[in-house]
Design a protein around this ligand. Structure first.
Ligand code: S3P
Length: 436
């Protein structure tokens, strides 16, 4: 386990090109594997999670040239029904891989049962939310009695379309059902209480699939003839950029600039929250990348931040950034409250419990609620010692807390950052942060 102490910094400044987007990289590899062509994916995210997805594409029989660390991979697909289900797919820490690949597997030709498995954290995450709709479509998908991985998936059963109403917005579940819909008879529709990120829909459309919209639902008429994902370059990950942006908001002097960031509106809810808190953040829109808006973001330390409330409607567009709202709240005037965020309990860790624990460990006044948390701002943060619990976003939250603290924060389990942002500590050094 790696332990790193992040020292307090009076000022951080500079330009960061954050790593490529994790959600888009997973989808690009998987849709390329389903395509009828050789797809060049430029700048895939080099991380543990996306490495697992590339290995899965290979295990499914897709042609793979290059490794996830090569800056470019070429995936030659086997067609929308042409993959060969392997006995096991190790999804490691990647919930996105497990949920999306389940939707793909059910639509393949008869073959072996595939067991989807992962690490201890993934083995605790709920999979009935994908098993139930897939079974309702005619598939055989069996998680453990607790509804967790390992999940057995039998390919080759006839699938039929249906309308699936999600009780909680989830891009992973929506994508799983739509991917199954590619090979189902008739129309498959998904309705979410609040729209989640739409990377899958955009990429399917770019691949020539007619993704329909009606009455607030998104749908596919199957079985589709085929997919042809065009070559693409992956834009920077907003969820990684969020850490550099918040570093800029807390200590940016003169400024922290993040370049080439994906600005899909389904991802950038944090920007609205930062604006409400009075943060000095400016967005410079750039050209579309991979059919998605992108641009640069400049963040500076400004006046005193004001507390805010985040409600359930905002949660899907900033679900992975809510831990950062806790840290911002600890340094703002007033009490910051996050509500309607029960989903945080089933992320890579129980992020309501672990975020509150982390904030308290560094001296903040934070309180756990069933559906979120409340943080009473005290404008300064003493510092302390925290553990990542193997959760990448917790490790990086601890690091930022250290930079903004009075005496520094020691993070145990810093290596977890490699799940989404392997160069995080280097990038923080580049901005002037000091570690020991
Ligand atoms: C993701 C969707 C989100 C997010 C996860 C990645 C995706 O999960 O938390 O890190 O790539 O679709 P849900 O939409 O399932 O909440």
């Amino acid at each position: 386990m790696t332990t790193v102490t992040f020292r307090p910094a009076d000022a951080v400044a500079g330009t960061v090109a954050v790593p490529p987007d994790k959600s888009i990289t997973h989808r690009a590899i998987l849709l390329a594997a389903l395509s009828d062509r050789r797809v060049v994916i430029d700048k895939p995210l080099q991380s543990d999670d996306t490495g697992a997805t590339l290995a899965a594409a290979r295990a499914l029989g897709a042609g793979v040239e290059g490794g996830i660390g090569d800056g470019r991979v070429v995936v030659t697909g086997r067609g929308v029904r042409g993959l060969v289900p392997p006995p096991v797919i190790d999804c490691m820490n990647a919930g996105t891989l497990m949920r999306l690949v389940a939707g793909i597997l059910v639509g393949q030709r008869p073959g072996e049962v595939t067991v989807l498995d992962g690490d201890d954290s993934l083995r605790r995450r709920p999979m009935r939310r994908i098993a139930d709709p897939l079974v309702a479509m005619g598939a055989a998908v069996t998680p453990t009695g607790e509804g967790t991985p390992p999940v057995a998936v039998r390919p080759g059963l006839p699938l039929h379309g249906m309308v699936h109403e999600l009780p909680v917005a989830s891009a992973q579940v929506k994508s799983c059902v739509l991917l199954a819909g590619l090979n189902a008879e008739g129309e498959t529709w998904v309705r979410e209480p609040v729209p989640s990120r739409d990377h899958t829909e955009r990429m399917l459309r770019a691949s020539g699939v007619d993704v329909m919209e009606r009455d607030g639902m998104v749908g596919i008429a199957g079985p589709v003839a085929g997919l042809a994902l065009p070559d693409l370059g992956v834009p920077g990950d907003f969820s990684s950029a969020a850490f550099a942006i918040v570093a800029g908001v807390l200590r940016g002097d003169p400024a922290v600039t993040v370049t080439g960031v994906n600005l899909n509106p389904g991802r950038t809810g944090l920007l609205a929250v930062l604006a409400r808190m009075g943060a000095d953040v400016v967005v410079h829109p750039g050209p579309d990348v991979a059919g998605e808006p992108s641009g640069d973001v400049v963040a500076r330390r400004g006046g005193i931040l004001q507390a805010t409330e985040v409600t359930g409607d905002e949660v899907p567009s900033m679900v992975d950034e809510l831990p950062l709202v806790g840290l911002l709240g600890a340094l703002a005037a007033g009490t910051t409250v996050v509500r309607g965020a029960q989903e945080l309990r089933v992320k890579e860790s129980d992020r309501i419990r672990t975020v509150v624990e982390l904030l308290r460990a560094v001296g903040a006044d934070a309180e756990e609620r069933d559906d979120g948390f409340a943080v009473r701002g005290q404008m300064s943060l003493p510092g302390g010692e925290v553990h990542s619990h193997g959760d990448h976003r917790l490790a990086m939250l601890g690091a930022l807390a250290g930079i903004a603290s009075q005496s520094g924060v020691t993070v145990h389990g810093m290596e977890a950052a490699a799940v989404s942002y392997p160069t995080f500590t280097d990038d923080m050094h580049g901005l002037g942060a000091v570690t020991a």
